[in-house]
Design a protein around this ligand. Structure first.
Ligand code: ATP
Length: 331
């Protein structure tokens, strides 16, 4: 069912901000085409809030987002803007909004970008809706964030390859995946690749437990061991873990792989493209209905809107059943 443009929004500005993630392009495309469907003009703001301050604005229509749905990164480019954190910076941004006749913004980014949007709305009265774009999946109010599924699949593909060499040489591998504050990528990629152990920031791990796991694995005749470690785990990082393991078991052939930014790039998966497409339409329809200061997300496969303040302040909890599952299957 088509929606009524009750707020008479004539022009929407869309921007990507903070760290990029696969699916952002598909979301930009969806915002632009959904707006066009409802007869609303659309412009893209390049380089996030920096572009809003500097007037880096491009008019966009359905054809300007062709060949975009399948591309990683963000065509509008992303940035972190220190100036937008100042009142003066936000005043300049408000002048751009006025100059281009922008009635509302769609901000695709993480919680920092949402904080910026919220302050901008409170201070300058520009309505906005957020779309969660981060590979970490750590934003409250949505089951999945844009880029998470793609990053997960990239990590799994890489760890599968590491497993081949680990098994051939009886090696112990510590594989670091992204997730400074959240272990979603580590936990799920670890389960999907049959990791011996998974270390995440949400769980207080201890090195003796890890050693016990190695000893059990040896007793059970395992020929290789992959330990998936989230960037933000609290035991000291993959290099220290490798060092301590080598000190305790000099006979082990211990290796470290840091997957790094390959997890941020690449062609978005089906799940990310569909999610981005749904949330782009939801953001446009939400603005038309007068919603603002909310984030469009997905919960139990339904589009939902969460107040931005909640999305920023609350945490997406790790599913304890998944931790148990990982332990049971690593026997
Ligand atoms: P990621 O998940 O990749 O970190 P993010 O959206 O959280 O993405 P941030 O760097 O935290 O990334 O924020 C992006 C931008 O949002 C900042 O560079 C800044 O311009 C703006 N921003 C963040 N916090 C504030 C704030 N308190 N006031 C004004 N603007 C802010």
């Amino acid at each position: 069912m088509t929606k009524k443009n009750t707020l008479k929004i004539k022009k929407i500005g869309v921007l990507t901000s903070g760290g990029d993630s696969p699916g952002m392009n598909a979301a930009i495309r969806s915002v632009v085409r959904s707006a066009s469907y409802y007869g609303i003009e659309c412009c893209g703001i390049r380089l996030g809030y920096e572009g809003l301050i500097n007037g880096n604005v491009v008019e966009m229509g359905p054809r300007s987002v062709k060949n975009l749905i399948n591309r990683g990164g963000t065509e509008l480019k992303s940035a972190r803007s220190a100036e937008f954190r100042t009142v003066e910076g936000r005043q300049k941004a408000a002048e751009t909004v006025k100059k281009y006749g922008i009635d509302a913004l769609v901000v695709i980014g993480g919680d920092g970008s949402f904080t910026g949007g919220m302050i901008f709305q409170q201070e300058q009265g520009v309505p906005f809706i957020g779309i969660p774009g981060t590979i970490d999946n750590d934003i409250f109010g949505t089951d999945y964030t844009l880029g998470y599924d793609t990053a997960l699949n990239t990590a799994v593909e890489a760890i599968d390859k590491i497993r081949d060499t680990a098994t051939s040489h009886n090696r112990v591998f510590f594989v670091e995946v992204m997730g400074r504050d959240a272990g979603f990528i580590a936990l799920n990629s670890g389960i999907a690749t049959g990791a011996l152990d998974i270390l995440i920031p949400e769980v207080r791990d201890n090195i003796e437990d890890l050693f016990a796991t190695f000893e059990n694995a040896q007793k059970n005749g395992k020929s290789s061991s992959i330990v998936v470690v989230a960037e933000g785990e609290k035991l000291g990082g993959v290099y220290d873990l490798a060092k301590f393991t080598k000190m305790k078991y000099p006979e082990f052939d211990v290796r470290v792989t840091v997957l790094g930014h390959i997890q941020r790039g690449g062609t978005p998966t089906v799940a990310d493209r569909v999610l981005a497409s749904r949330l782009g339409l939801a953001a446009v329809e939400g603005l038309m209905e007068g919603k603002s200061n909310v984030m469009a997300g997905i919960q139990s496969n339904k589009v939902v809107f969460t107040p931005i303040e909640e999305a920023i302040k609350k945490q997406n909890e790790i599913d304890k059943d998944l931790i148990k599952l990982a332990d049971i299957l690593a026997i």
